[in-house]
Design a protein around this ligand. Structure first.
Ligand code: ANZ
Length: 844
């Protein structure tokens, strides 16, 4: 038998697809459309196994839908702005553009080697002015709609590198590169008013039936709707202030209050701005990062004011007012009342400053001596120690009753708060989309006139190690319009903005005037199936959803509220980890396995420690280079293996043995193919039976259903079964016509998974490709079925019978059966329950 020469065959087909523009998509209103999109990659330079998995899953679906007769849009582009380009450029002394473009061309070449059915005619790159021009227009559209604003906000500031750091660049409170202690610093920044749509973004999640539940829950938590109330606390004899308002979700714990705490940025801090101790305290607070997580784990510290607050439910309870580092200014009202017994932060704070800890919720209705030690009690229970609230269920009735009381007495009002914050889009970086704004002499912002768009990034020879390069390019920064002088905004946009609308651009990639045509998006949008990593469950997906809200706001023509109808989140690709005796990571290429039992460092007798399998990452060196693998085993083997091991939503374990066995299986499929061709050539005069037709029908049904449900790993098992079955089937004699008809159907079913092999096989049998085959349910039903016999509800045996046998026939057979006959024992039959093709229950 001839071996399957994957190199030649895969090259041939990839060339053909390229030459013929095989996956070109255009609007065809006679056909139902299907928009299949995988999250576009950051052009880091080389594809990794995560890309291989993501794009293989998408490609299987795109090819399947296309064979089913859908008009498929399956595009690809590059999320090409971002920090790595800037860092690489600094390290290698070149400009980010050159670095990025060469990465794109390499990755594009690698992706083509996977045999993906992509319409490359629609390729986009977010760092090209042709793309970001439209983004700048959208920015100004949102600005005009009042959805963009500027305000002072804290950032992580690296005092040595003179630059703003992203949260992930702050490691243990220090700048990742300089190692300097990071400070909190206020800067003027641009914000998108995403919170305007908090409610819409939350409620519309319920309409997304084809999204994983876990993603919807993550988004819900992120938006974080809290129902509670705002309470006014009277301040005793102060000249400056007579009331402080707090937001709480637990008004039922008011009788347990022992202090009131304010954010250091609370308006009241103005009265302390000349107080040396307060200034020191504020500085100490600024050493904690800006994230909620870093604040949560930081030591609780406070600054005691001379103010005394009065409990609105009992004027005799008077408590001190502090500034505290755990109160955030941008949530609620920047002020909280502290109830240490029922909130851990409050308890930590109270223990530190010797404040009272009074329990007001008891887990057990009868335990009125309940006390709290080192752990706050936050569970459910009953109110006690609380006058008119005593005995009420907490939470629940107790909260309702407290709010009713506060509202009646005009001490507070019911209030809904969202945890979601407005989206800060300013980045003090070079390699991003310039913000199309300029400032006049007074520092007031103005829009860059539309005819001057795009505001192009100036090219740059060499990136300085510190600061924002755009700040220093004065010839770019200073502009004159109509004789008036302005300076440009030097911040660029967060790269999440680039990816919040790219799926619209794919619909109209060549439109120079606008980001998209209405006609195009009306046909193609929303994306029918979006596929990507669960790491984007919150930000990217939420920002894209927000962008649709923002574009449709005050624009009746734009009617897309949700960008992605279906969402699929695929699991990670994992590999074992290896370490030498000195605990240095080793890559799989540096390790030789001895029968899979022992592992040695290559060409040595040094034994290697094998660690758990973890998701592939450069830091642990457990990556496998897809390009090498494709070179050695071919794209179809890689596709087959990456789908075979586990359901696509779960992690997959990469292994050498796995890819080798996929490779061998491809060879076996090819051997089978040659046997089938031999049989076709024999040209038998008639079909010996119809078992091939029946098998094909069953196979169609299984593959179709498994494709529809993303059970891709089961499909691989189905293909193995097909291989075994067909090897036997060809011993039966079939006419050329029957064989070709059925084999063509089987090849069509294989095409989404192993497209090169399937197309080559089609070519060899000399048949044009066909569309997705249907199956005939009647042919799938087994002729002989197992029929269950129960006597008085107990299973007493089975009968092998033909389909659709009658009740009378079954009874006859029971009476002829030696064993079953005994159970009846000629007793009187009281009742018979007959379920066709399944069972008969005889009551005697
Ligand atoms: C009193 C209280 C007693 C609270 C108790 C909790 C337990 P969620 O559910 O996340 O909305 N809080 C309010 N504003 C805050 C701010 N700016 N910074 C830090 N914490 C703030 O949480 C609402 C609760 O978070 C509020 O309810 C408040 O503490 C705190 F036994 O009020 B609570």
């Amino acid at each position: 038998m001839e071996r399957y020469n994957f190199k030649k065959i895969e090259d041939y087909w990839q060339d053909e697809w390229d030459k013929n523009n095989s996956f070109k998509s255009k609007i065809d209103k006679t056909k139902k459309k299907f928009y299949c999109l995988e999250m576009f990659p950051y052009p880091s330079g080389k594809i990794h196994m995560g890309h291989v998995r993501n794009y293989t899953i998408g490609d299987v679906l795109a090819r399947f839908k296309s064979l089913q007769g859908y008009n498929v849009l399956h595009p690809m582009g590059w999320d090409s702005f971002g920090m790595p380009a800037e860092n690489a450029a600094r390290q290698n002394n070149l400009d980010p553009k050159t670095w990025t473009e060469s990465n794109i061309s390499n990755m594009k070449r690698q992706l083509k080697k996977l045999g993906l059915s992509i319409d490359w005619g629609r390729e986009i790159s977010t760092c090209s002015p042709e793309y970001y021009k439209h983004q700048q227009k959208f920015f100004l559209e949102l600005y005009d709609k009042g959805l963009v604003y500027r305000k002072e906000e804290y950032v992580n500031w690296d005092p040595v590198d003179q630059t703003v750091l992203a949260n992930e660049q702050v490691i243990d409170g220090k700048g990742w590169r300089s190692g300097a202690t990071v400070e909190r610093k206020k800067l003027n920044q641009w914000f998108f008013n995403i919170t305007k749509f908090s409610n819409e973004l939350l409620e519309s999640l319920d309409s997304l039936n084809d999204w994983p539940n876990k993603v919807k829950i993550m988004q819900k938590n992120w938006i974080g709707k809290s129902v509670g109330c705002e309470i006014g606390f009277k301040i005793e004899s102060s000249k400056n202030i007579d009331e402080i308002k707090c937001f709480t979700t637990r008004p039922d714990t008011l009788f347990g209050m022992s202090f009131l705490a304010l954010s250091v940025d609370h308006p009241l801090s103005k009265s302390y701005e000349n107080d040396k101790d307060f200034i020191n305290f504020k500085k100490k607070c600024s050493e904690t990062g800006t994230t909620e997580e870093s604040i949560a784990v930081a030591d609780k510290i406070g600054f005691k004011t001379d103010l005394i607050a009065i409990n609105p439910l009992n004027e005799k309870i008077k408590v001190p007012v502090y500034f505290a580092n755990f109160v955030l200014m941008d949530y609620g009202l920047g002020a909280v009342f502290g109830c240490p017994a029922h909130d851990q932060r409050d308890l930590d704070f109270a223990r530190k400053y010797n404040l009272k800890v009074k329990a007001v919720v008891t887990p057990n209705k009868d335990d009125l001596n309940f006390e709290v030690q080192n752990e706050a009690y936050t569970g459910p229970g009953y109110i006690f120690n609380s006058s008119f609230l005593d005995g009420l269920k907490s939470p629940g009735d107790s909260i309702i009753k407290t709010i009713e009381h506060l509202e009646k007495e005009k001490l507070g009002v019911k209030k809904i708060n969202f945890r979601l914050k407005d989206w800060g889009v300013s980045r003090q970086r070079y390699w991003g989309c310039p913000i199309p704004i300029m400032y006049d002499d007074n520092g007031s912002p103005h829009k860059i006139p539309e005819e001057l768009l795009p505001v192009k990034l100036p090219s740059i020879e060499k990136l300085e190690p510190t600061g924002n390069p755009l700040d220093k390019i004065t010839e770019w920064k200073n502009i004159t319009i109509d004789g008036k002088k302005y300076t440009r905004e030097t911040d660029t946009l967060d790269t999440f903005v680039d990816s919040s609308w790219y799926f619209l651009r794919f619909c109209s990639p060549d439109n120079d005037e606008n980001g998209f045509n209405y006609e195009d998006i009306k046909y193609w949008m929303p994306v029918d199936q979006y596929i990507g990593g669960v790491e984007h469950a919150i930000l990217h997906l939420l920002y894209s959803r927000f962008f649709m809200q923002a574009l449709s706001y005050q624009n009746e023509k734009f009617t897309i509220k949700e960008p992605f109808t279906g969402l699929f989140t695929q699991g990670m690709v994992c590999h074992e980890t290896y370490k030498d005796q000195n605990n240095n990571w080793l890559s799989p290429e540096q390790v030789t396995s001895i029968n899979g039992k022992k592992y040695l460092k290559n060409n040595t007798s040094i034994e290697i420690k094998v660690g758990s399998s973890e998701s592939m990452s450069k830091s642990k060196k457990n990556t496998i280079d897809p390009e090498n693998i494709i070179k050695s085993y071919g794209a179809d083997s890689v596709r087959l293996f990456i789908l075979s091991d586990s359901p696509p939503e779960k992690d997959v374990q990469w292994s050498e043995e796995g890819i080798i066995s996929s490779y061998k299986f491809i060879q076996k499929l090819w051997t089978l193919h040659q046997k089938i061709i031999d049989e076709i050539e024999k040209n038998h005069s008639e079909d010996s039976n119809n078992s091939l037709i029946k098998f094909t029908n069953k196979f169609i049904k299984k593959i179709t259903q498994n494709l529809e449900n993303f059970n891709y790993n089961i499909i691989i098992a189905n293909i193995h079964e097909m291989h075994t079955h067909m090897n036997q089937e060809i011993n039966n004699k079939y006419t050329k016509k029957t064989l070709i008809e059925n084999y063509a159907k089987i090849l069509t079913l294989l095409e989404p998974i192993v497209p090169h092999l399937a197309n080559e096989a089609f070519k060899e049998i000399g048949v044009n490709k066909i569309s997705w085959p249907n199956y005939d349910e009647n042919l799938i039903i087994e002729d002989i079925i197992t029929f269950v016999i129960q006597i008085n509800g107990k299973k007493r045996g089975t009968l092998a019978v033909k389909m659709n046998v009658s009740e009378v026939e079954i009874l006859k057979m029971i009476n002829q059966d030696e064993i079953l006959k005994k159970y009846l024992n000629e007793k009187e039959i009281k009742k018979k329950i007959f379920i066709p093709n399944k069972l008969m229950n005889i009551i005697i």
